[in-house]
Every structure is written in C-alpha cells, then in structure tokens.
Design a protein around this ligand. Structure first.
Ligand code: SAM
Length: 280
C-alpha cells in the first residue's frame, strides 16, 4: 500500500480490514463476474462509504453480513457502487464507419438489422450507434438497438438521455445540431438526445456473467466494449461463448481497444481493429 493510501485509510470514518476487502472482492465476483484487483482497496473504501452511510452501518463487516441475507435490495446498490462506468459519445471512433458499412449491407440484403450494446453504461455508446444508423440509412432506419448494463443507476441516466453539454463538445458541429437539443432555463448547460435517435434504443438490465440471457432473436451486431477487462479468463470465456450463441451467422462483435480475443479462432475471426466476425 502506498503512503498516501495508508494515510487515507488511517483517516477513515470506518475501517476496511484486509478480511472485509477480500469478502467484497469475493461477493462482487460471484454477483457480477467483476475481478477487483488487490490494489483497489481505497477505491472500494470510497465507493462503499456512501452505502454504509445510507444504510446506517458504521462497520463494513456488519454491512456485508446484512448484504449476505438472501434477496436484500441492497445487492443492486452494492453492485452499482462497484462498477466503473466511464464512457463517451463515439468512443473509439474507428468502429463507427465499420458499423455504418455493415448496417448498409445488412439492410440492403435483409431489409433490417439488430444491435445489442451489452455494457451500455450511461447511454452515450448506444446513442452513438443510433446516430450512426440514422447517418448511414436515413431517418427511421430499420435498425433495432437493445442496450443493457448490470448497473440500474446508469440505465436510469441512459433512459433520461440528458447529458452535460461538454460531453458533446468534441462532436462535429453538424452532428451536434442534428442529434442534440440544447437545454434552456433550468436545463442550461445540458443537451438532450433528440427523440429521432433516442426512440431507436430500448434499455434493459442484463448481467453478462449470469445465465440465462433474455433473448429470443439473434443479433446481427454485438458491441461489448471495455467491460471484459474486468473479467477473469473463465468469465471471459463463458461470456464470449454466449455472445457467439446470440449472434447470427457472420455477425460482428466489437470490443474495446485493449481487449483481444484472437486466441478464440474457434468462435471469432479478426475482421479489423478490435472487430471480430462470428465463425460457424
Ligand atoms: C467502462 S464501462 C464501458 C462502457 C461502454 N461500453 C464504453 O466502452 O464506453 C463498463 C460497463 O460495464 C458494466 N458492467 C460491469 N460488469 C457487468 C456485468 N457483469 N454485466 C453487464 N454489465 C456490466 C458496468 O456497469 C459499466 O457500465
């Protein structure tokens, strides 16, 4: 532990013992498949301190004991507190022209296309997919987008479709004007995704690490970016196998910049930068 971390821990209102930190790691792994590195103790402390305050606990052990009771509604808040939700509009921008081209081809061949955005966080990613669909195919594209996350707080924000104006500052002005409305009055400093785009996205909760997934129809495209970095090898393998199962033949899987699945040539072949095509 660094000096700064040690100092921070010694000034805490409650203590997070090595034993309780291990319990947190075990619980979040079992619940969400998330592997928290042993170095994340002060992050866990600051994320859980709010939960302890809100639930009236002064001791992590007692909080975790209460959590352990079956079906506690606190489970969801515990998971929400421990996820990392960093995202942005058109993040890893090289994926979007590839998607646009694929959607054009699919719609020309079959008249429609479906996308699953599997770790949608606060919504910037699925709305970027929807904007790409409108730009590629015109208004009301025959494209369905299902966006999910395990975290119910981010899903609520995503459904609101309202963002601080600085989150769209790096977008081209045309895109910004066409797809976002500027807030006025009490919404000054915010933008809202226009209904034309927001209406293309449906949100729901899906835990990637738990079966069953709630899908009846396969998808043409899956975006599963910057989430498997939190999973260990067996969890990644299970998630990849299930994504393979919910993709249509020739379907595309887009992953994050630091995620590499080239060792799973049995399931996916590399198609471009962090874009894979379903095999079989
Ligand atoms: C770093 S964000 C990435 C967001 C977006 N995909 C992007 O690349 O910008 C990771 C997201 O994965 C979600 N997540 C973590 N574990 C998950 C799980 N087991 N099932 C579904 N989502 C999960 C988190 O709640 C978080 O919103």
């Amino acid at each position: 532990m660094s000096h700064a971390e040690h100092k921070a821990l010694s000034e805490e209102a409650f203590s997070l013992s090595a034993h309780d930190f291990e319990r947190v790691r075990e619980l979040i792994y079992r619940r969400a498949g998330i592997t928290l590195a042993p170095t994340k103790r002060s992050m866990v402390y600051s994320r859980l301190s709010r939960r302890l305050r809100d639930t009236g606990h002064t001791d992590v052990g007692a909080y975790l004991d209460a959590l352990g009771k079956a079906d506690s509604p606190e489970w969801q808040s515990f998971v929400n507190a421990l996820t990392t939700n960093l995202t942005s509009f058109f993040r890893e921008g090289y994926h979007f022209p590839v998607l646009a081209e694929h959607l054009r081809r699919l719609v020309a061949a079959r008249g429609k296309a479906s996308i699953w955005c599997a770790a949608a966080s606060t919504g910037e990613e699925p709305y970027s997919l929807a904007i790409t669909a409108v730009e590629a195919l015109g208004a009301r594209p025959p494209v369905t987008i299902f966006a999910s996350d395990i975290d119910t707080d981010v899903l609520a924000k995503a459904r609101r479709a309202v963002y601080p104006i600085n989150t769209v500052e790096s977008l081209e002005p045309d895109r910004r004007r066409r797809f976002f409305m500027r807030g006025t009055g009490s919404n000054a400093g915010m933008v809202r995704v226009r209904a034309e785009v927001a209406g293309l996205v449906e949100f729901g909760q899906v835990n990637l690490a738990a079966e069953p997934w709630p899908f009846r129809e396969p998808f043409d495209v899956v975006f599963c970016r910057n989430v498997m970095i939190y999973f260990d090898t067996p969890t990644k393998a299970a998630v990849l196998t299930r994504i393979h199962r919910v993709l249509r033949p020739e379907g595309l899987l887009f992953v994050g910049h630091s995620e590499n699945f080239s060792d799973r040539r049995d399931l996916f072949s590399l198609q471009g930068k962090t874009v894979y095509r379903k095999v079989g």
